[in-house]
Structures are given as C-alpha cells and as structure tokens.
Design a protein. Structure first.
Length: 259
C-alpha cells in the first residue's frame, strides 16, 4: 500500500459520545507543554506545574478512552530535556516513576495498552524496568493504546532506523536500493502504529520540538493557547473539533475531511 493510501486509512473512525455524528481521529498525539509557565503564573515552583501536568494526563487518557480514540501518543520527556537543571530532571524522572507505580494498575484495569517510544538504553535501570513492566503487563489489552514518548527525539529515532537498515546492508541481507520510505518506517520505534491524524500542542508554542518528525508528514497541527495543567476533556474535544474542520488532501485533489 502506498504511504498516501495508508495515511488515508487512518483518517476517521465512527463515533460517539454525546453529539450526533461526532467522529474522532484514530490517533491523537499531544505535546504536553507549558507546565513551567502554569506554575510561574501562580508563583509556584516549576515542579508543581509538572505535578498538575500528571493530573491533566490522567484526565486526558480517560477522555481519550471515552471518546473512542484508538491511539494516544504523549510527549513526556524529550532527548533535549536533559539540558535542563539537574533538579528539574530529578523531579521529572520522579514523577514518571510515581506515575507508573501509581497508575499502571488502573490503566491495566481500564484495558489500556501502554507502549513506549524513545531511547531506553541510556536510562537508569530502574526506569527501564518500570517501562518494560508497563508494556509487558498491558501487552494483551485491546482498549486505548497509550504511547509514551520518553527520552524521545524524532531525529534520534530516524537515525536509529537508519542504523538498523545500515546493519542489514553491511551484512549483505539488504540491498541499498531496497530502502524505501515504507521500509524505513518499518524500522522506527513503533512501526505497527498508524501515523497521528492530529498533533496537539498546548502552551501556545507553534513548533514540533523534535516530536514525530517522520510520522507528522500529513498530520494536522492544532496549537492550543492553554498550558498543559489546564488541559481537560473539553479542551481535547475542542482540539478534535478543530481537526475536523481541516481538509486533508495527502497531496491529492480529493478532499479528505475528518467527517
Ligand atoms: C512541559 O512543560 C513538560 C516537559 C517539557 C517535560 P515545560 O516544562 O516545558 O513548561 P514550560 O514550557 O517551561 O512552561
Ligand atoms: C517539548 O517541550 C517536549 C515535551 C513536551 C516533553 P519543550 O518545552 O521541551 O520544547 P521547547 O524547548 O519549548 O521547544
Ligand atoms: Mg516547554
């Protein structure tokens, strides 16, 4: 199947909750940004913004499941976030540990399947084990798939894919000519997932910050002016409504809308 055809397939799923003929995108990805600014605006330490961000994440996962979204990818820590002060990194890693320890059982009960993308090899062993455990425990769940982008950078992910292909070529198992966009995509961190239909970024920033650069080729981008700790079901529904107003074309002439 061509890239464009497979992208079209991801466009819309029948739905759902509340309003008639409301359709949700199959795959929503979110850049959860603005925790620090949320805290600063209230005279609170940045870590308080991150704590409240975890609550927003819980709300959003629940809402995504209720709305019938199949895949929710969240950007929780970027490859570049290591450049932050050590104390903030400690806070963020602590929150991740606590999130997995406190919420994994609930996620499992809610039939959520957890997947992780990003570089795991250079993480502390205890975090690596927690992430492995989350994937392993929820492996057979068939509700919402929650993809956590942790220690994730898209350029690094594409470089990893290129490296895997280069090893095959060097070993004589693959011809360089055989490397196509489809083949490269199959060597990314989660090759079985559809590309995101929509990428939402909170905080008002309008950039991708090294998130899903390959997969975003035909994603709709929705920028939301609120900070992540204030994100809730209504904000998610508003972002989806904005997505549905877009006309998706995938380079062709026939309009593909979200409805
Ligand atoms: C998002 O909020 C959380 C992470 C990037 C880990 P920020 O910490 O980036 O908050 P701002 O952008 O400084 O407000
Ligand atoms: C992107 O936000 C990373 C996450 C949300 C985890 P950043 O706050 O790191 O992005 P920049 O630095 O503003 O581009
Ligand atoms: Mg930020």
């Amino acid at each position: 199947m061509s890239d464009a055809a497979s992208a079209k397939e991801t466009a819309a799923e029948p739905l759902q909750a509340g309003s008639d003929s409301f359709e949700v995108p199959r795959h929503v990805a979110i850049i959860m940004d603005g925790n620090g600014r949320w805290a600063a605006a209230r005279g609170l330490p940045r870590v308080e913004g991150h704590r409240r961000g975890v609550e927003a994440l819980r709300r959003t996962v629940r809402a995504a499941g209720d709305l019938g979204i199949s895949y929710l990818t969240i950007f929780s820590f970027s490859s570049e976030n290591w450049s932050r002060p050590a104390s903030e990194i400690r806070d963020l890693l602590g929150l991740l540990r606590r999130f997995v320890r406190n919420d994994l059982a609930d996620l499992h009960k809610s039939n959520v399947r957890v997947r992780i993308i990003g570089e795991r090899a250079d993480l502390d062993r205890d975090i690596r084990l927690l992430l492995d455990e989350a994937e392993e425990l929820t492996r057979n769940n068939d509700g919402l798939t929650l993809i956590v982008a942790f220690n994730y950078g898209a350029r690094q992910e594409i470089a990893r894919a290129a490296r895997r292909l280069a090893i095959e070529v060097a070993a004589g198992r693959l011809a360089a000519d055989a490397i196509t966009p489809d083949l490269l995509a199959r060597h990314l961190d989660a090759p079985d997932l559809p590309d995101p239909d929509v990428i939402v970024r909170t905080s008002g920033e309008q950039r991708l910050s090294n998130f899903l650069l390959w997969q975003a080729a035909y994603s709709e981008l929705v920028f939301v002016p609120i900070n992540w700790p204030d994100f809730d079901r209504a904000a998610l529904e508003a972002a989806i409504a904005e997505y549905r107003r877009r006309e998706r074309r995938f380079g062709g002439l026939v309009a593909q809308t979200g409805s």
